[in-house]
Write a new protein. Structure first.
Ligand code: FE2
Ligand code: FE2
Length: 459
């Protein structure tokens, strides 16, 4: 389309008696160059600057400004007018206003002698306009969308060939400006939609956090369980390099997996001793209730598997779990991860503010020994790749301010598996790694804090 337009201008030049062949050749080169430069840019501000620069060069002029028509405000505006700030004025004012209203071309050889020219702007800016070519910019439908104003031809005044060149540039520029405006509108719309989506995500996340904390809050002995499970799951997801969507659904499932416990009576929920048979049967209902409740929540498409995953966190690999006695691969992958970290947290967190009962290696050996029957061994292996600094931060999530940075930096060099290897080879007294880990696992740092507080009180 534009090639045709350039060709037609070239043929107009050929038929014109005033211009030499050299001039046609040169102007054609200028047009091709301008076209190429304009088509490189789609961002409106940058496009306007490019157009103004290219037109100024092509017409051998001192200045060029492109004014666009703002239909809503009935104004002409220019965003970047060679060093000046955004200019806005009524659509019918001055030479540019006249051209915008009439669609006529004004080629003024002596600005101060022309009645359309408003010398007020020169007085304000200190610029001296000698001559000017003001040209309507029309879109493909023939509608004027803006005005070119080219000031002070460097050699003489603007001639007909300048008008011809500007006519061609004008139609190319109008098309590209409208494209840029559409692109900008689309980008703004996308930004708005993204903003709305992010707001919804935040609202959903805080809703889920609130649900998770309501169940954690009912039993002080397991407080923070859902939050810790979510943190362990994040670590395992990182180790397995899971994609973003699966990480998210796993995180949500971790936060909500025990939500069905909301229906349990306190006498069951807070019973941490042995259940009788009817209590045990009641407790076993909670994953199915979690699933039922989550199925009633309107969830985004990417979280559609959430009820099924959260509801399967007590299934076992050999089919002896509940509620549906699923086996192996029948259990959703994310639920198999949940099962591992849920058991780990149950064994390591049920004695808050006192030493943990079960030695760490025994806890991990339980996960290993029950791999294939209760747990998926693949995820037990992945779990053992968690760095020890993260493990300690999650284990001690209620007192992270008491963790020493130098210890965390040291622990960051080792994984759970490294610690198990060290335990198998050395005794506590010989290993810095075991000593530092045990300080936090057995909560010696809390005892130290208690002593410090007592000393401060006595002194
Ligand atoms: Fe559970
Ligand atoms: Fe749980």
């Amino acid at each position: 389309m534009n090639h045709l337009r350039i060709a037609s201008v070239a043929s107009e030049f050929e038929d014109h008696p005033t211009f030499s062949d050299d001039e046609y050749q040169q102007q054609l080169r200028v047009l091709l160059n301008v076209t190429r430069e304009i088509y490189k840019v789609l961002h409106l501000d940058q496009l306007l600057t490019t157009i103004m620069d290219e037109v100024r060069k092509a017409l051998n002029a001192d200045r060029c400004t492109v004014f666009l028509i703002d239909e809503e405000k009935n104004e002409l505006w220019s965003k970047t007018a060679h060093g000046e700030k955004e200019i806005r004025f009524p659509k019918n004012l001055g030479v540019a206003g006249y051209v915008a209203m009439t669609g006529e071309i004004l080629n003024i050889r002596d600005a101060y002698a022309d009645p359309h020219f408003n010398p007020e702007i020169d007085r304000k800016t200190g610029y001296r306009t000698r001559n000017l070519l003001t040209f309507p910019m029309k879109n493909i439908m023939g509608k004027t969308i803006g005005v070119f104003q080219v000031l002070n031809k460097l050699n003489g005044y603007f001639r007909e060939i300048d008008e011809e060149i500007l006519a061609t540039i004008s139609s190319i520029a109008a098309t590209q400006i409208e494209n840029a405006q559409l692109y900008e509108q689309q980008r703004r719309l996308n930004d708005e939609l993204r903003g709305m989506y992010e707001q919804q995500q935040k609202a959903l996340y805080s809703f889920v956090q609130t649900l998770a904390s309501t169940i954690d809050a009912r039993d002080p002995l397991t407080a923070g369980h859902s939050q810790r499970i979510a943190c362990y799951c994040d670590e395992v997801a990182k180790i397995l390099n899971m994609d973003e969507n699966r990480r998210e659904v796993l995180h949500y499932a971790a936060l909500l997996h025990d939500f069905g416990k909301i229906s349990l009576r306190d006498v069951i929920l807070k019973n941490h001793k042995r259940f009788n048979e009817s209590q045990y049967n009641e407790m076993r209902k909670h994953p199915a209730i979690t699933k039922k409740i989550l199925e009633k929540i309107f969830l985004p498409e990417k979280l559609k598997d959430l009820p099924q995953i959260a509801g399967a966190h007590h299934e076992k690999m050999d089919g002896s779990g509940y509620p549906d006695h699923l086996k192996g691969d029948q259990i959703p992958l994310e639920a198999r991860i949940l099962t591992v970290v849920d058991a780990f947290d149950a064994m390591t967190s049920n004695r808050r503010y006192s030493n943990r009962i079960i030695d760490f290696e025994k806890v991990v050996h339980t996960l290993e020994n029950d791999s294939g029957t209760h747990f998926d061994g693949y995820f037990v292996t992945a779990f053992k790749q968690i760095p020890l600094n993260r493990l300690v931060e999650i284990l001690e999530d209620e007192s992270t301010d008491l963790l020493e940075t130098k210890d965390l930096n040291f622990l960051a060099n080792f994984t759970i598996q490294d610690l198990l290897n060290e335990i198998a080879q050395k005794s506590d007294g010989e290993s810095k790694l075991i000593q530092i880990f045990n300080k936090y696992y057995h909560r010696d740092h809390l005892e130290k804090k208690g002593k410090d507080e007592k000393n401060n009180f006595n002194s």
